[in-house]
Every structure is written in structure tokens, then in C-alpha cells.
Design a protein around this ligand. Structure first.
Ligand code: F0G
Length: 479
């Protein structure tokens, strides 16, 4: 895909699929978009999906399936025990990851729940390159805590560093030395969701796993976003450019004790998987899967989804297919950056991230700049993104409102779902919004905190209506 050249025009990302089933979508007039976001409490989680022209809230469970996946769903074997579907998916996992044991669970956070139950006790510690909400939620639920070991540059929103998700290996080793007895496992997140879907280098992951071996602790890979990360290893990491995606995956997998993933992301399906080689650890985790998820051959997943994941994992090993997401994201980021719009750089996986503190610097942090910008993007385009900032931040102390490490608007790019013309439409609307950014105002809660990330907010003034009036003035009758 990335090797296709053009004769007369600048290169464009090119889809490596043709569409065989479609879902209808439509664009509400701007006045109705204001009503919808007001009704939704300026929180994109509360919008209905048919109010969104482009649903870019997440890439989770919304990736388009192939006709081969849909076909495979029809041959799912629903046997309670001894299911052929379980055997086939186990074989596919063995083929790709070289791991003997596989436990299915209903989604990524269920993997995290099972691993926390199995290894985290009060007082235990989980070092990780960066945190993700569901991962640390389960660790804390079991009485443990986490510690972030991201390299300093990972926190820079604009950077040329191709692997911002890398561990600060010296910090990781220091923690392994000082806290050895408290460590439940080391969690390696590839790619790194909350710093903008940024990848982690294979060499860095191998070094982290090596440190785990040296200090006798388990290495646990969160491979939920591995698909994009594999593409970045192949295209950005010199030593691995000549290797196939399968070879890269195998090197990574062989270094890890346990791998888990949300199959809502990896494998183009809906589900989750824990995979490992150690029979004793497998039996240990299995007891929790039986108690909390389901019989260990389906563990809360539908066998239809398990068949779809089996086929989807093969797609994940196809360089042409996995290049599409990152190339669309790169296109979005580059076009916006060329228009002077602040985005997280370099482009990562998962989605394009707008830097709200730079986009709307006039909105103070206690008026939720990323939340306000996410609402304004919806008003301008009908696209819903996700606030990745203070609204999303959990309240550790109910008395103190936390501010996010970053104030970002994530525009996720579900894999194989949208076309380049839809991306061009979005770029155009964000450019218009940037030129009118001084019209965007802040948000507030009408109630006292602590608030959950999906709680409704209100606009501080009638700025949404003013923004829509300006849209009408500039666009006339058009949508
Ligand atoms: N790990 C990572 C890195 C994730 O990004 C997610 C989900 C999970 C684990 C949990 O997986 O949703 O199947 O339970 N990320 C979604 C997102 C929710 O929109 O970024 P899950």
C-alpha cells in the first residue's frame, strides 16, 4: 500500500479493500448539531451515533470486518466444551505468537481484570511505560498501584521522536532493583494510547523484557494497539525494516511471558485474549476466567466473534492492510499541521490528536479546553471525537479536581471504515474551525464533583449558537 506511486498527483493513502456492505450515514444541519451536543451535555459519549456523520470516538469494536470474517462467523462451533472454534483460534494464536495457551475473555479490560486478580495483591506495584484507564482501574481494585516509566520525551506533544512510547529503561531498572518484592508484573503497552497512540520500539520492548528476566518478574504485553505499532516498527525502526510483520511479531512475542489484547482493536473483532506458554500460570489465571467470564473455551465471547478474530488476526499480519490506519492518520495530521493546526506529532496510531491547549489557548484549564474543542469539532463537522484531558481524568481524591497530563481531542480512525474524501471533508471543517477558534468558549459542570467522564456539562455562554451562526454566514445553505 505505501509503495504505490502516482503519476500526476501527490501521493495519497490508498485503500486495500473494496466495499461490499455499507452503513447509511447523514449530516445534520449545523443548528441541529448544536441542539444535539447541548442535549448531550457537551459530552460526545452522550451523543447518539446517528447524530454523528463521522463517528471517530474510538477504534474499539468499530473496525470494519471483511467478507471472509463475516463468512467465518457462520461456522462458529457453539459446543460448550471441546469447541472446534476454540481449537482453531488456539492454533492461529500458536501460529502467529508461538504461545501454547490461550484464554478467551469478553474484552480487553476483562484480560486486565483476570491478570489483576491473579497477580495483584494489596501493596503490589505494576511498573508500565504509560497508564491506561482500564488497566490501572483493575490494579487499584485489587489493592495495588502503578508507576509510570515513560521516557521524558513521551510527554512532549510535538516531537520528532519516532517512538515516544518507549520506557525510560534506567528508571524501570531502578524500580525493579528497589521494589523487587512488591512488583506484580511489568506492563508494556504497545502502542501507547493516552499519549496519542504513540508507538514503542521493538528494541525498547525487548530490553524491558530482558530486565524483567534479570529481576525475575513477569513481563506482560498489552497488545491491544499492536497492529499500528507493528507498522511503525517496520517503517521506523532501522533494524527491522527488512523483516516481515510475522517475523517482527514472533521476536516480540517470544520475549514476553504473557500477552493480552482487546480484540475490539487487534484482530478486527469484539473480544479479548490472554496468551502464554507457562502451563502453571495458565491454570492459575484459568480459575478466574471460569469464575468471572465463562467456560474457558469461550470465556464470555461469542464463538462467531472468535471465528472473526481468527480470520482478522491473519489480516493483522498483512502489511498492506495494517498500513491503512496509520497512513490515514498521518494524512490527517500532516494536512492539519500544514494548515498551522496544532496536532500531536509525529503521527501515531489509533487516531489524530488535536492539541487543545494550543488550539484554544484562551480557554482556561478549569473550563475544559479539550472538552470545549471536542464539542466545537462536532458543531463544525458532525464528527465526534473523544476528550482526552481533564474531563476524562479519574478523581483519585474526591476533594481535588485532577487536570489531565494532556488536553487532547482524539479523532480515532476506525480501521477500513472511512474514505479519503471523508477525511478531506473533516480537514476542511477543522481548518474553518481553527480560523474561527476565538468563538469557541469554555464548559462547566452544573453540579459539584467528583464527576465521571461521561457526566453532562454546560456551555459557559451561548458560544455554540454564535459559532453555528458564523458557520451559516460562511457556508450559506450548505450542510
Ligand atoms: N488497553 C489499551 C491500550 C486500550 O486502548 C484499551 C481500550 C484497553 C486496554 C481495554 O480494552 O475496551 O476491549 O476493554 N481502549 C478503548 C479506547 C476503550 O477507546 O481507546 P477494551
Amino acid at each position: 500500500m505505501n509503495k504505490v506511486g502516482y503519476y500526476k498527483r501527490n501521493s495519497l493513502p490508498l485503500e486495500m479493500h473494496k466495499v461490499c456492505i455499507v452503513q447509511k450515514t447523514s449530516i445534520l444541519p449545523v443548528e441541529d448539531r448544536v441542539k444535539a451536543i447541548r442535549r448531550a451535555g457537551f459530552n460526545s459519549y452522550r451523543l447518539e451515533s446517528d447524530e454523528c456523520y463521522l463517528d471517530m470516538l474510538t477504534d474499539s469494536g468499530v473496525n470494519a470486518m471483511s467478507n471472509e470474517q463475516l463468512g467465518a462467523m457462520m461456522i462458529g462451533d457453539d459446543a460448550y466444551a471441546g469447541s472446534v472454534t476454540y481449537r482453531k483460534l488456539s492454533q492461529k494464536i500458536k501460529e502467529i505468537f508461538n504461545k501454547d495457551y490461550f484464554l478467551p475473555v469478553h474484552q480487553g479490560r476483562a484480560c486486565e481484570h483476570m491478570l489483576a486478580l491473579a497477580y495483584v495483591k494489596p501493596g503490589k506495584l505494576v511498573p508500565m511505560n504509560f497508564q491506561f484507564g482500564t488497566s490501572i482501574g483493575k490494579i487499584r481494585y485489587c489493592g495495588g498501584d502503578y508507576i509510570i516509566c515513560l521516557q521524558e520525551e513521551g510527554f512532549d506533544k510535538q516531537s520528532g521522536n519516532p517512538f515516544k512510547g518507549d520506557f525510560d529503561l534506567a528508571k524501570l531498572e531502578r524500580i525493579l532493583q528497589e521494589e523487587r518484592d512488591r512488583i506484580a508484573f511489568v506492563r508494556i503497552e504497545a502502542g501507547t494510547n493516552l499519549i496519542g497512540g504513540q508507538p514503542i520500539a521493538l528494541d525498547n520492548m525487548l530490553a524491558a523484557a530482558e530486565l524483567c528476566k534479570k529481576y525475575g518478574v513477569l513481563s506482560v504485553l498489552d497488545a491491544s494497539l499492536l497492529q499500528d505499532n507493528l507498522h511503525f516498527i517496520k517503517t521506523r525502526e532501522e533494524a527491522y525494516m527488512d523483516m516481515s510483520i510475522r517475523e517482527i511479531t514472533r521476536i516480540l512475542s517470544d520475549a514476553m511471558d504473557i500477552i493480552y489484547f482487546s480484540a475490539r482493536k487487534l484482530g478486527f473483532g469484539r473480544g479479548g485474549a490472554i496468551i502464554l506458554n507457562d502451563e502453571k500460570e495458565f491454570e492459575h489465571i484459568k480459575t478466574f476466567v471460569s469464575s468471572f467470564e465463562g467456560f474457558p473455551t469461550f470465556g464470555g465471547m461469542s464463538v462467531k466473534e472468535m471465528e472473526a478474530i481468527r480470520v482478522g488476526l491473519d489480516d493483522t499480519m498483512d502489511e498492506n492492510i495494517i498500513a491503512q490506519g496509520p497512513q490515514f492518520i498521518e494524512y490527517l495530521c500532516n494536512e492539519l499541521e500544514d494548515a498551522g493546526i496544532p496536532v500531536v506529532t509525529p503521527p501515531g496510531g489509533l487516531g489524530c490528536h488535536l492539541d487543545a491547549l494550543k488550539f484554544v489557548p484562551h480557554i482556561p484549564r478549569n473550563q475544559y479546553p479539550a472538552g470545549a474543542l471536542q464539542s466545537a469539532v462536532y458543531i463544525a463537522s458532525g464528527a465526534r471525537g473523544m476528550e482526552r484531558g481533564s474531563i476524562d481524568e479519574p478523581w483519585d481524591d474526591p476533594e481535588v479536581e485532577p487536570y489531565g497530563a494532556m488536553e487532547l481531542v482524539r479523532l480515532a480512525v476506525p480501521r477500513r471504515v472511512y474514505t479519503i474524501s471523508q477525511m478531506n471533508y473533516l480537514i476542511d471543517r477543522i481548518c474553518w474551525l481553527y480560523d474561527n477558534r476565538e468563538l469557541i468558549g469554555g464548559l462547566k459542570y452544573d453540579t459539584e464533583g467528583p464527576h465521571q467522564f461521561y457526566a453532562p456539562l454546560n456551555s459557559i455562554s451561548d458560544w455554540p449558537e454564535v459559532l453555528a451562526a458564523k458557520f451559516r454566514e460562511d457556508f450559506g445553505e450548505s450542510l
